[in-house]
Design a protein around this ligand. Structure first.
Ligand code: GDP
Length: 317
């Protein structure tokens, strides 16, 4: 494989290394013979510009993965728009600017498929960015992520920094947030199905109509794709990272119920928001690099459920 950027022997900062994505990147980077740097929230507040500058000057990373973000599901986004916009703008501006000032060799910024217009043609291509209005339920988060993509691009254009962006589809995996209100659909349904099974309840409640479709990518697959992009991609435009594994929320609920062993009814609550009808990513740019995901959805859910059971006390705090 031709590498344009070798990670071997480099100091690699995974900003957000304790989050689901950052932890997956840390696991994956352990195979790359590099030194992994990370700072927990207690040590470094990424929203604090002076602190981020001081930390980067002190630790001098060669390469940076911007995996830190305030993330949450559809209701968390709806109810905390200021936090989603402010925290994400500050985190990405501080990390990208400090990396520029330090002369970091390579940086990968992580966005999200919600940056695309609500009614973009499916599957969504990289060029669909800014082609129409956003899905209102997560507009603040999307606006912040669009700003991050544009910021990385602007430093490349103005200063020649080798900063790139990856746009993952809906993610799931070990280390996810299983909170019933703040989480995304997949971990929320694992928890609901598991709790209902243990309590021998005869139904679980699923938000919305069940008709929206979502594509799911295991976070270990994302981490693998990000490492490949770090090594092989130097480009102005961001790159989609999808899985092709798309299904309706109804089908997802049934799959999760089967994996968890919950045999009761699945009841939809149409008073809760559906959000975007669909957001599948078109991945020919990534396909051209020879990458494809390795973890099928059913296996990925089973493995995530296992993780949930092993960490049951921790995730329910
Ligand atoms: P989104 O992809 O940004 O819309 O994020 P979510 O993962 O929060 O929601 C995806 C879809 O799953 C939406 O249509 C939700 O209404 C639906 N959904 C169904 N049940 C749940 C649940 O318990 N939690 C969450 N977060 N979403 C749910």
């Amino acid at each position: 494989m031709r590498l344009s950027y070798a990670l071997k022997g480099k100091r690699v900062w995974v900003a957000g290394h304790r989050g689901m994505v950052g932890a997956a990147l840390t696991r994956r980077l352990a195979r790359e013979d590099c030194e992994i740097l990370g700072a927990g929230r207690d040590e470094l507040d990424l929203r604090d510009q002076a602190a981020v500058k001081a930390w980067t000057r002190d630790r001098k990373p060669h390469a940076v993965f911007v995996a830190a973000a305030k993330v949450g599901g559809i209701l968390a986004n709806r109810d905390h728009p200021a936090d989603f916009l402010y925290d994400n703008l500050m985190i990405e501006a501080n990390v990208i600017h400090a990396s520029h000032e330090l002369g970091v060799e390579k940086l990968l910024f992580l966005g999200s498929s919600c940056i695309y217009p609500k009614h973009a043609a499916q599957p969504m291509r990289e060029t669909d960015l800014l082609g129409g209005p956003l899905e209102p339920t997560n507009e603040p988060y999307a606006v912040a992520k669009i700003a991050g993509v544009k910021l990385a691009q602007a430093y490349r254009r103005q200063y020649g920094d080798d900063f790139i962006s990856a746009m993952p589809t809906n993610l799931y995996g070990p280390g996810d947030n299983f909170d019933l209100v703040g989480s995304h659909v997949l971990p929320a349904l694992i928890r609901k199905a598991h709790d209902a099974k243990l309590a021998q309840r005869d139904s679980i409640e699923v938000w919305g109509t069940g008709t929206p479709r979502r594509e799911f990518l295991h976070v270990d697959d994302l981490a693998d794709a990000c490492v490949l992009l770090m090594q092989r991609l130097s480009a102005d435009e961001h790159v989609n990272v999808g899985s092709g594994q798309e299904l309706s929320i109804r089908a997802l609920s049934e799959l999760i119920a089967r994996v968890v062993g919950f045999r009761g009814a699945i009841v939809f609550d149409p008073a809760k928001p559906d959000g975007a009808p669909r957001k599948r990513l078109e991945t020919s740019k990534l396909d051209a690099l020879g990458w494809s995901p390795a973890i099928g959805l059913e296996r990925g859910i089973a493995q995530t459920y296992e993780w949930y059971c092993r960490n049951y006390d921790l995730v329910r705090l």
